[in-house]
Design a binder for this molecule. Structure first.
Ligand code: HEC
Ligand code: HEC
Length: 257
């Protein structure tokens, strides 16, 4: 850029026509050699690398955001959900909308390419070994009171009795954490764990005792009840059900902020 400015300036000094400056500089690409427009890129590896790897990790794991390259994850989520999530994002979280129709940068062809690429690269393998996985989405709002008991049974050994963490594992009930993750985001993590950070999936919190769909729904309701009401990720529909159980959680929160 600087070189170009200097060049332009010296050409001016030489009383050359300014119009010539921009079009005939040596090294300026001709229209034939111009690189692809960003919307022409359809290579899923490149698209993933450029748009997703910063949060979800280069290989779909070890990033701050959920490990979407995990085979168990890819066995519970369908393509429509992937496409929809990538297109529209998850409001209130770092997961923004990527589709041009939603204000993002990607065409729908590119979103499709990413979905196919994720499946092809990471969605192989018999992860369930004949067993079944809980449904991706919750069927009910859940019972936060029961969720507290579920937490004690399945989670407290690692996350501490109230979820505030231990020397090894950070808090999962603090304001900031819960403000930036949706209920589906929590459900996904409870089902698939964080294998990339040695956190167990729904089958192995207590070895030999897989969590049921109801356990998962309820523990998410318990976590959700501790989310600050003003968080953008707060799900208004869940409020009436979780309200009754939110008192102890509120007290906890008050003490830590
Ligand atoms: C055997 C230990 C262990 C058990 C049991 C366990 N976790 Fe974890 N969990 C971890 C570790 C390790 C991490 C990753 C380290 C971290 O995030 O600090 C983690 C991370 C998490 C996260 C944050 C993930 C993220 O990246 O956003 C959530 C939420 C979570 N666990 C919820 C639960 C819930 C709910 C249960 C019970 C159903 C549970 N965990 C059971 C060890 C465990
Ligand atoms: C700035 C960080 C960031 C970037 C970049 C990003 N994501 Fe995400 N993504 C997140 C977070 C955070 C979540 C969890 C949202 C929640 O709480 O539901 C998420 C969630 C998702 C989910 C849903 C997980 C579930 O619960 O089922 C999918 C699928 C996904 N992202 C795919 C992508 C793809 C593909 C790209 C690239 C086109 C991408 N993301 C780029 C941060 C990011």
């Amino acid at each position: 850029m600087t070189t170009r400015l200097v060049l332009c300036a010296s050409m001016l000094v030489g009383l050359l026509v300014l119009a010539g400056c921009d079009d005939s500089l040596p090294g300026k690409p001709t229209s034939a050699s111009i690189v692809k427009r960003p919307t022409d890129i359809l290579d899923p590896v490149v698209l993933y690398q450029e748009n997703c790897s910063g949060c979800h990790g280069a290989e779909g794991k070890l990033g701050p955001a959920p490990p979407i390259g995990d085979p168990l994850y890819l066995s519970i989520v369908d393509d429509d959900t992937l496409r929809n999530t990538i297109s529209k994002g998850r409001p209130g979280t770092a997961m923004s909308a990527f589709a041009q129709s939603e204000g993002g940068m990607l065409t729908s062809k590119q979103v499709d390419a990413i979905v196919q690429g994720i499946r092809q690269r990471w969605g192989q393998g018999q992860v369930l070994q004949g067993g079944t996985a809980p449904p991706y989405a919750a069927k009910t709002l859940g019972n936060a009171q029961h969720g507290m008991a579920v937490f004690t049974t399945f989670c407290a050994s690692c996350h501490g009795p109230e979820g505030k963490g231990t020397a090894q594992v950070g808090s999962i009930v603090n304001r900031n954490y819960l403000s930036l993750i949706t209920d589906q985001g929590l459900r996904t993590i409870v089902i698939i764990g964080r294998p990339d950070f040695s956190a167990p999936d729904f089958r192995n919190n207590v070895p030999g005792h897989p969590m049921t769909d109801q356990d998962i729904t309820d523990v998410v309701a318990w976590l959700s009840a501790q989310r600050p009401a003003d968080a953008a990720t707060a799900a208004p529909t869940a409020a009436p059900v979780t309200k009754a159980a939110s008192t102890p959680a509120n007290t906890t929160r008050g003490g830590r902020q």
